[in-house]
Write a protein that binds this ligand. Structure first.
Ligand SMILES: NC(=O)c1ccc[n+]([C@@H]2O[C@H](COP(=O)([O-])OP(=O)(O)OC[C@H]3O[C@@H](n4cnc5c(N)ncnc54)[C@H](OP(=O)(O)O)[C@@H]3O)[C@@H](O)[C@H]2O)c1
Length: 319
């Protein structure tokens, strides 16, 4: 473990920060922590080193909304030349009332997946993932449905109505919050995490045989900044009410420990989405069996849409 390298995106707060601390405690020899600016990443690395008394944290600038920033991060990782054993794609956000698009025309809560795809493809093409690497990306329970105030889009129905049945075009429309997509922040978040779950299934089919990828919902941990942009109904009504129910919320450390747990799963469950049991936001996580998550046509359409929006396929990932 002392020679193992982990990279955690979105480590400047919440679950990414907690995960970085847990990885150091577990004995990882290097934990690369990313922040949108180098200053924030450096501040985070210094704070983690002071808290843990371990000199294992390396700061890295990574703004997932900006392809040139992802490319610069890849260049820095190539220069280091150390293969990564655990790639934790944690960064994400619940978007706010006003629809925000990145300069590349991607809806803000969808943008982390586009940047994570570029990062993962770049690392694979540069041989910077170890032969048995584990990749975990943050999912969330709304992707499976049944979470009050969050609804994901019925993509096949949307595709049939607006895109002549073309699911790739439908998913691209959701990623861009484009024509015919009614922007509702919580639903945009549910769609972003549904596309994450589909992307994971498609990526698993493309990874070298020793590697594995999982979507993992950390579960409810409201003591982070995740809902900083969310509307008052979610922030001041739903979350306080839900938190009154025992077992519906947990500390950031407990939530982040799910990521580490998944880092030890086998290749036999690669491509699956793990989340809390039905009706819960904490406790043991389970592989999610909902049929829409396992629809192969939707999974492949999500992959193609992400490739199209990012402009990055594995074969073309440039370093
Ligand atoms: N907390 C929960 O209850 C919960 C439940 C289910 C899933 N999740 C998921 O868990 C993950 C971590 O959430 P959290 O609760 O720790 O939230 P958080 O405290 O807001 O942390 C999110 C981190 O991601 C970074 N980030 C977001 N968008 C980014 C982008 N485009 N480029 C670079 N960095 C970006 C943030 O950086 P800045 O601070 O600079 O924006 C921050 O470091 C998210 O993917 C979230 O969707 C959380």
């Amino acid at each position: 473990m002392q020679h193992s390298v982990a990279l955690v995106t979105g480590a400047t707060s919440g679950l990414g920060y907690a995960a970085a601390r847990l990885l150091a405690a577990k004995g990882y020899g290097q934990v690369i922590v990313t922040g949108r600016s180098l200053a924030r990443a450096q501040e985070t690395a210094a704070q983690l080193a002071a808290e843990t008394k371990k000199q294992v944290f390396t700061p890295l600038e990574l703004e997932l909304d900006t392809p040139s920033s992802v490319q610069s991060a890849l260049d820095a990782l190539v220069k280091r030349g150390q293969p990564i054993n655990f790639l934790l794609l944690n960064a994400g956000m619940v978007p706010g009332k006003a629809r925000v698009l990145t300069a590349a025309g991607v809806e803000a809560s969808q943008a982390p997946l586009i940047g994570h795809h570029q990062l993962t493809a770049g690392l694979l093409s540069a041989n910077l993932l170890s032969p048995n690497a584990r990749i975990v990306i943050a999912g969330a329970e709304p992707a499976r449905g049944g979470v009050p105030m969050f609804s994901y889009t019925d993509v096949p129905a949307f595709a049939a109505t607006y895109c002549r049945g073309d699911q790739t075009a439908a998913i691209e429309a959701l990623i861009r919050s484009g024509p015919n997509v009614k922007y509702v922040p919580n639903n945009a978040y549910a769609d972003a995490k549904l596309i994450v779950a589909w992307w994971v299934a498609a990526l698993a089919r493309r990874l070298p045989s020793g590697m594995a990828v999982y979507a993992v919902s950390p579960g409810g941990a409201t003591d982070t900044k995740v809902v900083r942009n969310a509307g008052p109904a979610l922030k001041y009504l739903m979350i306080p009410i839900v938190n009154l129910i025992p077992g519906m919320n947990q500390t950031p450390e407990t939530a982040a420990s799910r990521y580490l747990q998944a880092s030890e799963f086998g290749t036999d469950v690669s491509g699956q989405f793990f989340a809390s049991a039905k009706g819960k936001f904490s406790g043991p996580m389970e592989a999610q069996l909902h049929p829409h998550l396992h629809d192969r046509a939707s999974q492949e359409a999500a992959w193609q849409a992400v490739v199209k929006v990012s402009g990055v396929d594995f074969a073309t990932a440039a370093i």
